[in-house]
Design a binder for this molecule. Structure first.
Ligand SMILES: [Zn+2]
Length: 163
């Protein structure tokens, strides 16, 4: 069976930046299990998986535009520290905030000065060209429950969860 939309895929992956620094990896841990074609992966990776089958291992490069997008400098802002009243803010902290368009976005604090907090709403991997190492473990049909829920229920389709 090859990977196509609405098939469940289990795979191991590792991802590195172009300097070879590993950013994340599932090898030696739980594999990633997902329904293909539902946008649960970045675009460039999803495209590369279509037509693959279990047992294949391959590497690919995904440019930033097909990964987490380019960095947008306007998403880095200095906001008055008073807006964080009562919070113990420090560089490296992450939180969710409503953007100008009302959508929630993940924001990280880059720096804290005496009267300002420098925040960055870019995805941590924005602007990075990424290298993936992929091993396809399994490709199967999605169960009716998985299709109804819009996500995979573990490798065998029967993982328990509450919802
Ligand atoms: Zn579910």
């Amino acid at each position: 069976m090859t990977i196509e939309n609405m098939k469940v895929v289990a795979m191991h992956y590792s991802v590195s930046d172009k300097n070879g620094n590993e950013l994340d990896s599932s090898f030696g841990a739980e594999p990633l299990v997902f329904i293909h074609g539902t946008g649960s992966l970045i675009y460039g990776l999803e495209q590369a998986l279509t037509g693959r089958s279990a047992g294949e291992r391959f590497s690919l490069e995904v440019l930033a535009a097909d990964a987490y997008g380019e960095r947008h400098d306007e998403l880095t802002q200095a906001v008055p520290k008073a807006m964080f009243e009562g919070m113990d803010v420090a560089a490296g902290m992450r939180f969710r905030a409503a953007g100008d368009d009302g959508r929630e976005q993940s924001v990280i604090i880059l720096d804290v000065t005496d009267d300002e907090v420098i925040v960055d709403g870019n995805h941590p991997l924005a602007g990075l060209d990424l290298s993936f190492d992929i091993e396809i473990l399994l490709v199967r049909d999605a169960t009716a429950d998985e299709l109804a829920h819009g996500h995979a229920h573990g490798i065998d389709g029967h993982a328990g969860h509450d919802h």
